[in-house]
Ligand binder design. Structure first.
Ligand SMILES: C[S@@+](CC[C@H](N)C(=O)[O-])C[C@H]1O[C@@H](n2cnc3c(N)ncnc32)[C@H](O)[C@@H]1O
Length: 220
């Protein structure tokens, strides 16, 4: 066992619980939850996040050399997969979640690839101005569930993207969270939004989202 992995296992017995091994695109990911219950929704790998990992696998999406950002990363599973597939990835969430992401990055990404990952705080609608606007890919697994944050999330997506950015969002269509409204009314004000995958059994959709060009927005 190498020194880094040994360190992970020591953490495992103290601050982290339930390390699970996932496999996508032939890559192994070791994902733990923090034992700190204050992390709330960040403490799980959500089924919609896994559905987006499966979509990446199914579509054989290429991340090599691409500039990627994950929003609301939680455990960081999507961003970690993007690094393992060759991307230069910024994994973000609220400040209190970053330690858990760091733990999973250390467990899953070989030291030789860690220069391609950056873990940073990004609270939607607040910190995005500190980030550039030229990402190739933006990933978000199960980040549409609290209607008060929808305008903040849209403003962050607007800042981070340009017309060449591909945004992938996956959502379980929970009842009562106005999720349809986000994808059918709020997001389409500024973005073209295409349903690219539906898991009927789990009621989870994956959307491919692209910013409308300012020319077509002006014509509306
Ligand atoms: C339901 S979890 C999904 C976690 C992960 N993407 C997955 O699929 O397993 C939602 C995540 O969004 C983050 N989040 C919620 N509101 C946020 C906000 N206003 N700014 C940034 N992140 C936020 C939470 O901290 C949490 O990690």
């Amino acid at each position: 066992m190498d020194k880094e992995r040994q360190k992970t296992c020591i953490d495992y017995y103290t601050d982290y619980i339930l390390e699970k091994k996932y496999q996508f695109c032939g890559q192994h990911l070791f994902i733990s939850q923090s034992s700190d219950s204050r992390l709330g929704t960040s403490n799980f790998v959500w089924e919609a996040g896994l559905e987006l990992c499966r979509y990446i696998e199914k579509q054989n999406l290429n991340f090599k050399g691409l500039k990627v950002i994950e929003l609301g990363a939680g455990t960081g599973i999507l961003g970690i997969l993007a690094v393992l597939l060759g991307g230069n990835v910024t994994i973000t969430d609220q400040p209190n979640v970053l330690k858990q992401i760091q733990h999973n990055v250390t467990a899953s990404i070989p030291a030789s690839c860690r220069d391609r990952v950056n873990i940073r705080a990004l609270t939607w609608g607040h910190d995005h101005v500190q980030f550039p606007s030229d990402y190739d890919i933006i990933l978000g697994g199960e980040i549409v569930y609290y209607s008060k944050t929808y305008p903040l999330l849209v403003s962050t997506l607007q800042h981070l993207s340009n017309e060449r950015t591909t945004i992938y969002l996956s959502s379980k269509l929970w009842r009562d969270f106005q999720i349809h409204q986000f994808y059918e009314n709020i997001l389409p004000e500024h973005f073209d939004c295409e349903l690219v995958n539906r898991n009927e059994e789990e009621n989870i959709n994956v959307y491919k989202v692209i910013k409308k060009s300012s020319r077509s927005e002006n014509q509306l």
